[in-house]
Write a protein that binds this ligand. Structure first.
Ligand code: GLN
Length: 428
């Protein structure tokens, strides 16, 4: 059997291909020369499967799609408190290159607009870093995210720098208010080199999936960022990633996203996948026209809107309950987050135990959230308090530590220890 997902991506591209609205960015020759007909899409799941369609090997400069990744690296290196000293987390509702800083403290409003991104870039590799070391640190970081060595397009970078008065004026403003320490020229040169890193849609999908996957690169398996850093980055993307179109985007598409002036667009589904499209014609907000169309379709057809209230995430957390004269075993499964643990506790609270021992069997649990573990242990403690023996069968050490809120430990058993109607507990 061939998985239908690449065909589905092809289908989406076919449906958006005829839309020739918008213009290719023409402020520098390297971008103006892009073939406007190029069209590609890629998807990488957090389980590490990569699918692509169309022009999936065309290389283009990452441009503003670099911003969330650089923000993530700054958060990883320095923590939120330090990063927040120089950049806010509010949507600006303005164009990407607006000459704006917050009225009160003169910080850029968020890291997705140029003012914020230039400020954040200056934090990488330490404020005292030489510009070239900063750039190399960013290039290496982007390469680890992509799972291959990425390079900088020096021609695009040079042209961009020749025409960087607007970004230079932002850098001068930032320096004037002591937000950055580097010379304005160095700050813009660093930022522009970061924007000139060359990628394909497949690279972008994998890089995005790393953020969606709590910082573990799903193809190489390398743990690159903390999950908290990824959560913060996705949150800021969801409110500010699409610039002045961000509110409408969240309503219509509902996927944290970031666009770039060369025609790339990424969307990140937390815990699920990273998606990327490439098509160089842009709308007036600077977002790829066919990319926006493709994301609208993906969101609708595949039920990916993050705010969807119809979707039920995960599987029923109780797979099966078995009991005989002295044992009741709850076979649990899936991801035990708050929602799943609540369902289990609700079931346990209502259950009419007429056995002396209650066992939770966890071999089919895929993972737990901290709160899920705490709730399960609290449920067990309360069952014991009402006079039952308790135990867990936890061969994968899902509970990680077995200490309950009263300081005692949940007893563990293995399948041989427990029998239902004379049979060792059967797990399949
Ligand atoms: N290098 C571009 C700039 O800073 C990136 C802008 C973008 O992709 N929106 O102006």
């Amino acid at each position: 059997m061939k998985t239908p997902i690449p065909f589905y991506l092809e289908e989406i591209l076919k449906r958006v291909r005829d839309n020739t609205d918008g213009e290719v960015a023409d402020y520098i020759p390297e971008l103006a020369e892009a073939d406007p007909e190029k069209l590609g899409a890629a998807m990488c799941t957090t389980t590490g499967n990569v699918y692509s369609a169309g022009d999936d090997d065309v290389e283009f400069t990452i441009q503003s799609i670099s911003k969330p990744f650089t923000y993530a690296l700054a958060l990883q290196e320095l923590g939120l408190d330090r990063v927040r000293e120089i950049v806010g987390m509010e949507p600006s509702g303005e164009a990407f290159n607006e000459l704006s800083l917050n009225q009160e403290d003169h910080r850029p409003v968020n890291p997705m607009i140029n003012a914020g991104a230039i400020a954040v870039t200056q934090l990488i590799n330490g404020v005292d870093s030489e510009p070239e070391d900063r750039v190399e640190c960013l290039r290496k970081f982007f390469s680890r995210l992509a799972g291959r060595e990425l390079h900088i397009d020096n021609d695009t970078c040079a042209s961009e720098l020749d025409l960087s008065d607007r970004n230079l004026s932002l850098a001068h403003m930032l320096r004037n208010y002591d937000i950055i320490e580097d010379e304005a020229h160095d700050a813009v040169a660093t930022y522009t080199q970061q924007c000139s890193i060359v990628v394909t849609v497949r690279d972008l999908a994998v890089m995005s999936a790393t953020l969606s996957n709590g910082g573990r690169q799903p193809v190489t398996g390398e743990k690159i960022l903390d999950a908290d850093v990824c959560r913060l980055t996705l949150a800021v993307m969801s409110s500010a990633g699409m610039y002045d179109g961000a509110g409408r985007w969240m309503a219509e598409v509902g996927i944290p996203a970031k666009s770039g002036v060369s025609g790339g667009l990424i969307g990140l589904l937390p815990g699920q996948m990273g998606v990327a499209t490439f098509s160089p014609r842009l709308n007036k907000e600077g977002n790829s026209v066919r990319g926006v169309d493709a994301f609208r379709m993906l969101s609708k057809d595949m039920g990916l809107h993050l705010m969807s209230t119809e979707e039920r995430y995960g599987v029923a957390p109780i797979r099966n309950v078995e009991q005989d004269d002295n044992l009741t075993v709850f076979f649990l499964q899936g991801q035990l987050n708050f929602n799943a643990a609540e369902t289990i506790l609700h079931e346990l609270a209502d259950f009419d135990f007429d056995t002396s021992t209650v066992v939770l069997e966890l071999s089919h649990v895929a993972g737990t959230h901290r709160i899920g573990r705490r709730m399960l242990k609290e449920g067990l403690r309360r069952i014991r308090e009402s006079g039952f023996e308790i135990a867990v069968i936890d061969p994968n050490e899902i509970l990680s530590n077995r200490t309950m809120s009263d300081g005692t430990e949940v007893p563990v058993g293995d399948h041989e220890d427990y029998q239902i109607n004379g049979e060792t507990i059967d797990i399949h």
